[in-house]
Design a protein around this ligand. Structure first.
Ligand code: ARG
Length: 564
C-alpha cells in the first residue's frame, strides 16, 4: 500500500518501523473530530476558490460516508493506515476517487492533528465537567440530608474538635468545585483553532482561518485569545500553532491535581471488617475507626483470606489507575494496584517530552515516554493524556459510586460516651462503662470549649488554654487506671487535683469542684460545656461547622452545580 507521503520514497519501510511509527491504535478515538475538521476545511477551500462547489460537495458527502462507517463499526483499517488522518483520507479517496486527494490542499497533518486533538478534548472536557458537577451535587444532597451527624475532626490525624459529617464531605466537594473551575478555564484556553497553519508556515490558498474556527465551534484561531485589546489575529503564529502542546500539559496537570483530591478522599476510607456483609471504605473504615461502610459494588475479596472484603475502589483512587478505562474503552482494565501515581507519571512524562523540543513539529509529539503496554504497541503523543483522562473519567464515576453508597456508622462516630453524663444521670445508669466508650467523639475534644468557657468569663486565652490542659491531664492519667495526685500551679495559687482510681476518666466526669480546683471562675454552668452539638453550633463564622453554615454551604454548592 503506497503511503500518502510516499512520493519521494523508493525503498520500503521496515515492518518494525511501520509498527513503531503507527499511532492509529491510539488516535483512532479522534475519528469524529478528524472528519469534522476535514469537512470544515473542504468548505473553506471552497470559499477560497480552491475547490469547486461540486468537488467540495463530493468531499463532504464522502466524509459523511466515512463517518457512518466509523459510527457503525464498519470502517476497515488497512495496512498503511498509519494514523487516523491517513486512514480517513485513504478511505475518502477510495469512496469518491481522486478528488478526495484535494481535501489536504494547503493542509498538513501537523495542523490537522492538533486541531483534531483540541476538538476531541473539547468534548472530553465537557463530559468531565458534567461528571464533576454531578459529584458536587451528590455531596451537597447528602450533606443536607445528614447534617445532624457529628464526627471527630482531625489535625495530624489526632482527634481535634467535633465537626459535622456533612462539613467533612463538603470540604472534599469544595476541592472538586475548584477542580471544575480549573477545567473550564483550561478548556476555554484550549478552544482555539490551529487549522490553516499548514505544516508550520501558514496557508498559501487564502483559507479564512476565522470562519474555519467558527465552523468548528472554536472561539477563534490559535493563539490569539489573551491579547487584552490587541488585534487578536495579529497575535497568531503558525509555528506556535502546530508545535504548542501547552493545552495537553495543562489538562494533564489538571488531571493530576484532581486525582490528588480524589485520592485524599479515598484515603479517608477503607475496610476489612471481618465477617461483615458490607465493606467499609481506607482510614475511616478500618476496624479501628469504623466510621463508614461502603456497598459491595466497590469492594473485592481476598484469594486467600476468606473473611476479607477489601476497599479496592478507594485504594485504586489513591493508587491512581483504578483500572483506568471504563468498560468499552479500547483496552481492558488491567489490575493496577502497583501503578501508583499513574496520572502524575503521565504528567511528568509529558513535560519531559516537550521540554527539549525545537520548533516546530517533531515526531516526539506522537511518542509516549511511558512504557505503557507492550513495547511493540505504538502510542501517540496523546497516550499519556488520553490515559490520564480515561483514568480520571473512571475515577470520577467510582468516586460518585463510593460516595453514593457510603454509609456513615453514626454510633461509631458518636458513641454514647459523649453524652453529657453529669446532666443525664438516667442514661449513665442505663449503660455500662464499656458502652460509654464506644464512640470516637470523646470528651477531650471539648477541651478547647472548656478553655473558651473561661475566656467568656474574662480570663486571658493563654491562661485558659493551660487550665484546660491541666483538666485533661489528670483525666487522661486516670484512664490508665492509676491513682492520680497531681499538683498544678495556676496564677491563683497551688491546686491539688485528685481523681480516684477506677473512676471514669472522661473529661466530662470531672466535678465542678475538680474544675474549681484548677480555676476559681469555674461555676455550675460549666456542665453545659459538655455538649458536642452546642460546641459545633458555636462555630458559626462564615465557613464554620454550625448547622446553619453547613446547610447554607450545601445549598450554595447545589446551586453552583446546577448552574455549572
Ligand atoms: N500521527 C501524527 C501525530 O500524531 C500526525 C502528524 C504527522 N506529521 C508529520 N510531519 N509526520 O503527530
Amino acid at each position: 500500500m503506497s503511503k500518502l507521503w510516499g512520493g519521494r520514497f523508493t525503498g520500503k519501510t521496515d515492518p518494525i518501523m511501520e509498527r513503531f511509527n503507527n499511532s492509529l491504535d491510539v488516535d483512532r478515538v479522534m475519528w469524529s473530530a478528524d472528519i469534522a475538521g476535514s469537512v470544515a476545511y473542504a468548505t473553506s477551500l471552497e470559499a477560497a476558490g480552491v475547490l469547486s462547489a461540486a468537488e467540495a460537495g463530493q468531499i463532504r458527502e464522502g466524509l459523511g460516508k466515512v463517518r457512518e462507517e466509523w459510527a457503525s463499526g464498519a470502517f476497515v483499517v488497512k495496512e498503511g493506515d498509519e494514523d487516523i488522518h491517513t486512514a480517513n483520507e485513504r478511505r475518502l479517496t477510495e469512496l469518491i476517487g481522486a478528488v478526495g486527494g484535494k481535501v489536504h490542499t494547503g493542509r498538513s497533518r501537523n495542523d490537522q492533528v492538533v486541531t483534531d486533538l483540541r476538538l476531541h478534548l473539547r468534548s472530553v472536557c465537557a463530559e468531565l465537567a458534567t461528571e464533576l458537577a454531578g459529584l458536587v451535587t451528590l455531596a451537597a444532597k447528602r450533606a443536607t440530608a445528614e447534617v445532624d451527624l457529628l464526627m471527630p475532626g482531625y489535625t495530624h490525624l489526632q482527634s481535634a474538635q467535633p465537626v459535622r459529617w456533612s462539613h467533612w464531605m463538603l470540604a472534599h466537594a469544595q476541592a472538586w468545585r475548584r477542580d471544575h473551575g480549573r477545567l473550564v478555564q483550561a478548556a476555554e484556553r484550549m478552544n482555539e483553532c490551529p487549522l490553516g497553519s499548514g505544516a508550520l508556515a501558514g496557508n498559501p490558498f487564502g483559507v479564512e482561518r476565522e470562519s474555519l474556527a467558527s465552523a468548528l465551534g472554536f472561539a477563534r484561531p490559535t493563539a490569539s485569545g489573551d491579547g487584552r485589546g490587541v488585534n487578536a489575529s495579529s497575535l497568531a503564529n503558525s509555528m506556535d500553532a502546530v508545535s504548542d502542546r501547552d493545552f495537553v500539559v495543562e489538562l494533564s496537570g489538571w488531571a493530576t491535581l484532581l486525582m490528588a483530591h480524589l485520592s485524599r478522599f479515598a484515603e479517608e476510607q477503607e475496610s476489612s471488617r471481618r465477617g461483615s456483609r458490607e465493606a467499609d471504605i481506607i482510614v475511616f473504615s478500618t476496624q479501628e475507626f469504623g466510621f463508614v461502610k461502603c456497598g459491595d459494588s466497590y469492594s473485592t475479596g481476598s484469594s486467600l483470606m476468606p473473611q476479607k472484603k477489601n476497599p479496592d475502589a478507594a485504594e485504586l483512587l489513591r493508587g491512581k489507575a483504578g483500572g483506568g478505562r471504563e468498560p468499552g474503552h479500547r483496552a481492558p482494565p488491567a489490575p493496577c494496584r502497583g501503578q501508583a501515581n499513574r496520572v502524575l507519571g503521565h504528567h511528568t512524562a509529558l513535560l519531559a517530552m516537550i521540554k527539549g523540543l525545537p520548533l516546530t513539529y517533531n515526531k516526539d509529539l506522537q511518542e509516549d515516554k511511558q512504557a505503557l503496554g507492550a513495547a511493540s504497541t505504538p502510542r501517540s503523543q496523546c497516550t499519556a493524556l488520553f490515559d490520564s483522562l480515561d483514568t480520571v473519567q473512571a475515577a470520577l464515576k467510582i468516586t460518585s459510586g463510593v460516595l453514593a453508597t457510603l454509609q456513615p456508622a453514626a454510633a461509631r462516630m458518636r458513641g454514647a460516651q459523649q453524652l453529657p453524663l453529669p446532666l443525664l444521670p438516667a442514661v449513665r445508669g442505663a449503660r455500662s462503662p464499656l458502652e460509654l466508650r464506644t464512640g470516637a467523639l470523646n470528651s477531650f475534644m471539648l477541651a478547647t470549649d472548656l478553655s473558651e468557657y473561661l475566656v467568656r468569663k474574662g480570663v486571658p486565652f493563654r491562661e485558659t488554654h493551660h487550665v484546660a490542659g491541666r483538666a485533661v491531664q489528670p483525666a487522661e492519667r486516670s484512664c490508665k487506671g492509676r491513682r492520680v495526685a497531681a499538683v498544678h500551679e495556676t496564677q491563683h495559687g497551688a491546686h491539688q487535683v485528685q481523681l480516684a482510681e477506677e473512676r471514669s476518666c472522661a473529661l466530662t466526669e470531672l466535678s465542678v469542684a475538680d474544675l474549681q480546683s484548677l480555676h476559681p471562675l469555674f461555676g455550675d454552668d460549666v456542665l453545659a460545656v459538655w455538649d458536642f452539638d452546642a460546641s459545633v453550633e458555636r462555630r458559626d463564622s462564615i465557613g464554620g461547622v454550625s448547622k446553619r453554615r453547613v446547610l447554607e454551604q450545601a445549598d450554595a454548592l447545589a446551586a453552583w452545580a446546577d448552574a455549572a
